[in-house]
Design a protein around this ligand. Structure first.
Ligand SMILES: [Ca+2]
Ligand SMILES: [Ca+2]
Ligand SMILES: [Ca+2]
Length: 497
C-alpha cells in the first residue's frame, strides 16, 4: 500500500506538468458550468427562459396582495406592475385584493381570494382554469376565437359578452351570471346556454343546473368590476390598441400573400370544424337566433328598384343600382333586453370584395335614425336624431371582411351646428351582427344592440320616428349606390316579441 502510494507520488513528480494541465482543464470546465448556470438564473430570472414560453397577456392593474406562480416554478411570487403573463402561469389574490388582466383582447378581473391558471392562448381559444373564487370577464372575441373558463372539465364559453363566474372555495358548484349577451356551458353530459341577465348554478358532482333571471340585487353584482375596469380604461384601451395594431400588420401581410385564395388564412385560424371563412372579422356571432329572427315584426315593406339620389358624393350620371343596397323589408323587435333589426335586401351581400366595371365596392352600410321627438324635422337636437344605429360591412384590400355594428345614443347637445359632426351623444358603442342565416353571402342582414347600452331611450311597444337609408361606397364614389326612404321620420312601433 505504502509502496504503491510512494510510486504514485513519484509518478506525479515526474509528470507534474501534465497533472497541472489536467487540473486547470477540470477546474476551468467546472467554473464555466457554474457561471453559465448562474448567468441563466440571474440574468433571465426564470428557470424557464421566457423565449420558450408562450405569451398570454399582461397585468393591467392590481390592488392588495396578488401573487403569480410562473409556469414551471414551485413558488408564488409577488406580482409586478405590467408583468407579462405566459401560458401555464397561475395567479391568486389574497383577501381584500384584486387584479385586472388582459389576455389577448379579453379583460379578466380576479376578485379577492381567487385563483386561476392560464391554460391556453392561441388564435382560436383563450382558456383559463378557475380553481376557486370569482372572475369577471369582458370578452371581445369573435365566434371562432373563443374565450373559455374551465373548472374540472366544465367549460364556460363566451362569445362577445360580460359575465361573472363564482366558484366558492371548497365547493362543488359553479355559479354563472351573464351580464351582456349569453354564455354557454359545456360538460361531459351536454350543455346549456345562460341568456343575458340570467344566472345558473351548476353542480360539479351531478352536472345538474338551476337557472333563473337575476334578481335586482344580482344585477348589481357587476358594479365593482365595472368600476375597476373604468379605473383602468385608458390602460386597457392603449394595450388593446397595441395588440390590434400588431395583429393587423400580421394579418394584412398574410392576407396579401394569400390574396389569390378565396379564404385568406389570416390570423384568426378558425376552429371548431365550421366551414366559415376565416377572413371574416369584427363583431358577429354565428349562433342561431332563428326563433328571435322569425318573431321580428315587419315594420316597413319597401319597394324594390327604388334607388334614390343622395344629393352629393355620387356618380355624375346618378347612383348605380346595386341590389345589396336596395331595401326590401325592415323587421324589428325587442327581446331579452336587446333590440333586434333585420333588413331583407334586393340582392346578396357579397362574400368577397367586388369590382364592378371600374368600381371596387369597399363597403355596404345600413342606417337607422331613431327619434323620440314630437317633430324631429324642426328639432334643434342632433337634427332630431335621438340615436343613430349603423351596421357596415367593409371589404378590405387584404381580403378581410369586417362587420361593424355600432351606435350613437342619446343626443345630448343642441344646435346651431356647423355640420352633423358637431352632434354630440351621451354614449357610443357596438352591437352584434347575427350571421347564422344572414349577412355576407345572404340577401338579408340581422344585428342587435343591448337596450341598456342604448341608454334605454325607448321601451318595447313605443312608437318611434325612424329615418332609414342604405349606401355602398366604392373607391371612386362615396355614394356608389344609395337608397333613402322618404317621407323622413315616419312613425313605427318597435314591439316586444
Ligand atoms: Ca327599396
Ligand atoms: Ca318589400
Ligand atoms: Ca325605398
Amino acid at each position: 500500500m505504502n509502496e504503491r502510494f510512494s510510486m504514485f507520488i513519484e509518478y506525479i513528480k515526474r509528470k507534474k506538468f501534465y497533472f497541472l494541465a489536467l487540473l486547470v482543464v477540470v477546474v476551468g470546465a467546472g467554473l464555466f458550468i457554474y457561471f453559465r448556470w448562474f448567468y441563466d438564473r440571474s440574468d433571465h430570472n426564470q428557470p424557464v427562459a421566457n423565449e420558450s414560453k408562450q405569451k398570454a397577456g399582461s397585468v393591467v392593474s392590481f390592488e392588495g396582495t396578488v401573487e403569480i406562480r410562473p409556469a414551471g416554478v414551485d413558488d408564488f411570487l409577488p406580482t409586478t406592475a405590467n408583468q407579462m403573463l405566459y401560458v401555464g402561469d397561475s395567479i391568486r389574490t389574497a383577501k381584500s385584493s384584486n387584479i385586472v388582466l388582459l389576455l389577448d383582447l379579453e379583460v379578466v378581473v380576479l376578485d379577492q381570494e381567487s385563483e386561476v391558471v392560464i391554460k391556453t392562448t392561441d388564435n382560436s381559444n383563450d382558456t383559463i382554469e378557475q380553481n376557486y373564487g370569482k372572475t369577471y370577464s369582458s370578452v371581445e372575441k369573435k365566434e371562432n376565437q373563443k374565450y373559455i373558463v374551465t373548472k374540472n372539465g366544465v367549460e364556460v364559453i363566451a362569445i362577445g359578452t360580460e359575465f361573472l363566474i363564482d366558484i366558492p372555495k371548497d365547493s362543488e358548484v359553479i355559479n354563472g351570471y351573464a351580464f351582456k349577451s349569453s354564455i354557454s356551458f359545456k360538460h361531459s353530459k351536454g350543455g346549456f346556454d345562460v341568456a343575458e341577465l340570467n344566472k345558473t348554478s351548476l353542480s360539479l358532482k351531478t352536472l345538474e343546473h338551476t337557472d333563473s333571471p337575476m334578481s335586482d340585487g344580482e344585477k348589481e353584482l357587476n358594479k365593482p368590476y365595472l368600476a375597476l375596469l373604468g379605473k383602468s380604461a385608458q390602460i386597457i384601451a392603449a394595450k388593446k390598441q397595441a395588440i390590434k395594431a400588431k395583429s393587423g400588420q400580421a394579418a394584412s401581410s398574410t392576407g396579401v400573400a394569400s390574396s389569390t385564395g378565396s379564404a385568406a388564412s389570416g390570423s384568426s385560424g378558425g376552429s371548431g370544424g365550421s366551414s366559415r371563412d376565416s377572413s371574416i372579422q369584427g363583431r358577429y356571432s354565428n349562433d342561431s337566433i332563428e326563433d328571435i329572427v322569425n318573431a321580428l315584426a315587419l315594420i316597413k315593406d319597401d319597394a324594390l328598384g327604388d334607388f334614390t339620389e343622395p344629393g352629393g358624393g355620387g356618380p355624375p350620371g346618378g347612383v348605380y343600382h346595386y341590389p345589396p343596397i336596395d331595401l326590401d323589408n325592415l323587421y324589428t323587435g325587442v327581446r331579452g333586453g336587446r333590440l333586434y333589426i333585420k333588413w331583407t335586401l334586393g340582392g346578396t351581400i357579397p362574400s368577397s370584395r367586388q369590382t364592378i366595371d371600374d368600381n371596387i365596392i369597399e363597403s355596404v352600410t345600413y342606417n337607422l335614425k331613431f327619434s323620440t321627438e314630437v317633430d324631429p324635422n324642426s328639432s334643434n337636437n342632433c337634427g332630431g336624431t335621438t340615436a343613430f344605429m349603423q351596421i357596415n360591412i367593409q371589404y378590405h384590400a387584404n381580403g378581410q371582411i369586417w362587420y361593424n355594428p355600432w351606435f350613437n345614443a342619446v343626443c345630448n347637445n343642441s344646435g346651431p351646428y356647423g355640420t352633423e359632426d358637431d352632434w354630440s351623444f351621451a354614449t357610443t358603442g357596438n352591437g352584434l351582427a347575427h350571421t347564422y342565416n344572414s349577412g355576407i353571402g345572404k340577401d338579408s342582414i340581422v344585428y342587435s344592440y343591448s337596450m341598456a347600452d342604448l341608454g334605454n331611450f325607448f321601451n318595447a311597444g313605443d312608437t318611434l320616428k325612424i329615418d332609414i337609408y342604405s349606401e355602398a361606397e366604392s373607391n371612386n364614389w362615396g355614394h356608389y349606390s344609395f337608397e333613402s326612404n322618404p317621407p323622413h321620420w315616419s312613425n313605427y312601433v318597435i314591439s316586444g316579441i
